[in-house]
Design a protein around this ligand. Sequence first.
Ligand code: PEP
Ligand code: MG
Length: 310
Amino acid sequence: ERAAAATAPITDGALADGTKIPLLANLGSPKDAAEAVALGAEGVGLFRTEFLFLDSKTAPTVEDQQKQYTELLSHFPGKKVVVRALDAGADKPLSFLNDAHEENPALGLRGLRALRAKDEILRDQLTALVNSQNETEADLWVMAPMVSDSDETDFFVKLGKELGLTTVGVMAEVPSLAVMADQVAELSDFVSIGTNDLTQYTLAADRMLSTVASYQDPWHPAVLRLVKLLGDAGAATGKPVGICGEAAADPQLAVVLVGLGATTLSMTPAALADVRAELLGVTLEQARAKAVAALAAHSAAGAREAAAQA
Ligand code: PEP
Ligand code: MG
């Protein structure tokens, strides 16, 4: 019986009432794709592309990038793969993209801001992604990191489509973007919430600084209220709202995020089994009740407690 359990197919992410919540993988290299598939990832919710650019004095060519993207996509025929445009700056410095000294790099020229300042790097990356999209069967979605508002959303979505991408979206990591969620959802094909940075910026606590680590808690009701704005905007426009920050890997918080309107959850593959099991134990109505309770709490600890009691 034990052997049978070990080889039983892994079920897709779903709630107790049958509501589908696709469970996706966060990956940092195409080499990790096979293991994610083995652990039941239904696709990729965040492919970090920094590995292509790190330890390098110059940007990789379109051909170099295309080879890596095609390798990744070939593991997911017919499946969704969300690739993030280069997220350099702050905790991921890159000399050729941003060489100016910054006192507060998390608040500096990073993510989409840096890509707009070095337009050819952005265009090359998107061109490589279009080429890979056209040579594989995967459903490629592309998103920008560190987007501040609906104007920046419009810029990125238009550029991606002009170059030939099919599905183009933005990450919600900056509180101003979440505040503008209604406008953003109109313009974007999808939104993916990066709870790591969204928490850092909402609580104004550097995620790299151990002295303020206790603030870096995505259970904080202020973060959850921003997630709700994004979830509501997604529901109103019919646009998918994913979670790709560490918060999705916390099974109890994953339930709350679904209750706030998240339609997919992406996480480190090792967390998939525990989140899958937790979701199977609650209905959408119960997840929403837990979300309502957490939103009314006064602190991260209070939200954890309230969700557990609801
Ligand atoms: C995030 O900020 O939540 C995120 C997923 O991106 P990263 O951790 O790579 O900044
Ligand atoms: Mg981030």
